[in-house]
Design a protein around this ligand. Structure first.
Ligand SMILES: [Zn+2]
Length: 297
């Protein structure tokens, strides 16, 4: 049986699956944003201990990057700000001598859609995670594209606007600084000096016809489309699936996004590139999928 662990913003969630990919047991633990490395490591261990050790054949862990998938070290985390160079894999390996695979949460979301969601059977699948930030994962012929150490496909940090809006990464003009919760709320604040608290609040304003919200939304759509244009021309995906909090506004996003993309993507590619909303498969299932793609089940 396979354990998937999703290290999220406010909690750690774990799911145990059997060979038929059926869910057997689920557990969760609330995280403390002030956790030190040691507290974090023992928190992860505590949740794993809730599952029967003798039945586990592997552990897959999804966490916000950046990280090193070979050594299993998390360099730092935006949500748990005290974490630094956390040796997650080697720590857990002291207690569990089964395969432990760690990867970033956007990559796990991509595998989750491939095994459990709207990406089943898609040979060249791009999953774009639109949440607080903008991330992506690419599953090519059933395998995740990791890059050298697992930090490839940082789609949110493609520069779209030269010397554009400041991004959380410290650079300017990234796609993420225009089309993500942080980006949309940040650009709206620039226009209005009003700080909205959620993407939902922003999309409510777009629907209500707020001029500034509509402007920021259209700009975001165009910049996101330019970002997708680049990646479509590079990897030629069969399907692009949008997941994450912002994908809940897909009814609002779909038409303007596709209209704009049609104008800028090579027509031959545009004719067959499918774009749709994902099932938003649980992160812990995506994390467990790290074991399936390595044929560890
Ligand atoms: Zn950036």
């Amino acid at each position: 049986m396979y354990l998937g662990i999703d290290i999220g913003g406010g909690s750690i969630k774990a799911t145990l699956l059997n060979q038929k990919l059926e869910v057997l047991q689920q557990e969760s633990l609330v995280t403390n944003p002030n956790w030190t490395n040691e507290e974090f490591l023992f928190g992860v261990l505590e949740i794993i201990k809730k599952f029967p050790k003798e039945k586990m054949h592997g552990i897959g862990i999804g966490t916000p990057g950046p990280l090193d998938i070979e050594t299993g070290i998390i360099y730092h985390s935006a949500n748990l700000k005290n974490l630094k160079q956390v040796p997650l894999k080697s720590f857990l390996q002291k207690y569990y001598s089964i395969p432990i695979i760690i990867n970033n949460d956007a990559n796990c979301a991509a595998l989750g859609e491939y095994y459990f969601g709207n990406g089943k059977g898609v040979n060249n699948l791009l999953v774009v995670a639109l949440g607080t930030g903008l991330g992506a994962g690419w599953v090519y012929e059933g395998k995740l594209f990791n890059g050298y150490k697992g930090n490839g496909m940082e789609l949110g940090h493609i520069t779209i606007v030269y010397k554009g809006a400041l991004c959380g990464c410290g650079q300017q003009g990234c796609a993420e600084s225009y089309f993500s919760t942080k980006g949309l709320l940040g650009r709206y604040f620039e226009q209005t000096k009003i700080q909205l608290n959620s993407a939902q609040e922003f999309f409510d304003k777009v629907k209500a016809g707020d001029v500034h919200a509509k402007y920021v939304f259209q700009l975001g759509i165009e910049i996101f489309a330019e970002c997708l244009r680049s990646i479509i021309h590079i990897i030629n995906p069969e399907k692009i699936i949008l997941v994450g909090g912002i994908s809940n506004a897909y009814d609002l996003i779909e038409l303007p996004l596709k209209e704009y993309l049609q104008k800028i993507v090579f027509p031959e590619l545009w004719n067959y590139t499918r774009i749709e909303k994902g099932l938003n498969v649980a992160g812990s299932l995506g994390a467990a999928s790290l074991l399936f793609q390595e044929n560890l089940c």
